[in-house]
Design a protein around this ligand. Structure first.
Ligand SMILES: Cc1cc2nc3c(=O)[nH]c(=O)nc-3n(C[C@H](O)[C@H](O)[C@H](O)COP(=O)(O)O)c2cc1C
Length: 371
């Protein structure tokens, strides 16, 4: 256990409600998307997922773990979920009900992993904007393996992936979810298209910033047309190096994206970035809608800093990952200034309940131990 960096005053900006498109969030401390690798092998979410997520219903909005829009979209890691069959949708509906029963709100994060897939996991060709491999390894059924050189997507395939995002979003809303977040961050397919290094296409999806932004923009537009823009968020991580991602220009394609989608009035833009960076300054100035900020892997969670960022309007809300993972009653702890549970890295991607649904709340810690 660690001391919290900060105790939130009852009138803290982070504790105030926020209208996020069609969704009324009770506070501005959202749960960041966290892959937990506990899904069944056919992509059906874990039987424990409803309990895991509903334990964290105190988040203003829970953003789910990244979820594949079709079978081929999966395959970066083992046991990650999908939302493209009736069976998947039925379990997501149980999760939505469990979160709503506790007063929470939830969006499903939709992804296609692109060149981060390994054929031994997905069983499909690995696809990307261009035939440039990520210099990274992943755990496959036969052990750790280097990622392979992907095949460049054809234009008809890009169009069909747009349709798969659209269909997955429809399933999410039909399952009772409050909305979806389009995953265009962290080195996966849509981020790969935005990059001026990994995307060397010479057709309408490569070259200029507008062309590199086109795939993400088309997905956002298609999903907004299907479920309503007020239920759509989009996540970007300009300049982020996850997945061996490289970008020489960390602004132009994102500017083009934000300019193109500005008129849609989507629910939120979610940016994973160091808020002191020039890139954040440039993009923040462009975006007048709701902005969810995740300050990122290396900076840690400093609630004093997050409150200041929300207070002066740099962020409408913040997304917090590992701290929510380890503290199902995070809001109570912040209000009380209580100690926080430490996240256990060894169980982030393990199977089963340990490190998933057994992080204690303050109430559970206070109960006399009977064992
Ligand atoms: C275990 C783990 C799983 C993650 N899975 C996802 C994911 O599925 N989608 C995503 O966009 N980011 C994912 N991330 C990144 C987090 O959303 C977040 O950006 C990162 O953890 C930094 O925030 P934090 O310091 O509050 O944890 C993951 C991070 C961790 C630690």
């Amino acid at each position: 256990m660690t001391e919290p960096a900060f105790r939130l005053a009852p009138d803290a900006t982070l504790l105030t409600p926020l209208r996020v498109g069609a969704t009324a969030a009770a506070n501005r401390i959202f749960m960041a998307p966290l892959t937990r690798s506990r899904a069944q092998s056919d992509g059906t979410p874990s039987d424990l997922a409803a309990e895991y997520y509903s334990q964290r219903a105190g988040a203003g909005i829970i953003i789910s773990e990244a979820t594949a829009v079709c079978e081929q979209a999966n395959g970066a890691y083992m046991n990650t979920p999908g939302i493209y069959t009736d069976r998947h949708q039925a379990v997501w509906a149980e999760i939505a009900s469990a979160v709503h029963a506790k007063g929470g709100k939830m969006f499903v994060q939709l992804w296609h992993v692109g060149r981060m897939a390994h054929p031994e996991i997905s069983g499909f060709d690995v696809v990307a904007p261009s035939a440039i491999a990520a210099d990274a390894v992943t755990h496959t059924p036969s052990g750790k393996q280097q990622l392979t050189v992907p095949r460049a997507l054809r234009i008809d395939e890009i169009e069909s992936i747009v349709g798969q995002f659209r269909a997955a979003a429809r399933r999410a809303v039909d399952a009772g979810m409050d909305g979806v977040e389009i995953h265009s961050a962290n080195g996966y397919l849509l981020h790969e298209f935005l990059s001026d290094v990994v995307n060397v296409r010479t057709d309408g999806y490569g070259g200029s910033p507008q062309n590199r932004a086109r795939f993400t923009a088309e997905v956002v537009e298609a999903v907004a047309a299907e479920i309503g823009a007020d239920r759509v968020g989009v996540r970007i991580s300009p300049g982020g190096s996850a997945g061996d991602m490289q970008e020489n220009d960390t602004v132009s394609a994102y500017e083009a994206l934000l300019n193109r989608i500005a008129g849609l009035q989507i629910a939120y833009l979610h940016v994973l970035i160091d808020p002191s960076s020039q890139t954040f300054g440039a993009l923040r100035a462009l975006w007048s809608g709701t902005l969810v900020l995740n300050t990122g892997r290396d900076t840690g969670t400093d609630f004093c800093q997050l409150e200041s960022l929300a207070d002066w309007g740099a962020a409408s809300a913040v997304a917090v990952g590992r701290t929510w993972l380890a503290n199902p009653d995070l809001i109570d702890r912040l209000v009380l200034g209580a100690e926080l549970n430490e996240p256990d890295v060894s169980t982030f991607y393990a199977s089963g309940p340990a490190g998933y649904i057994d992080y204690p709340t303050l109430d559970e810690l206070a109960e006399p131990q009977t064992a």
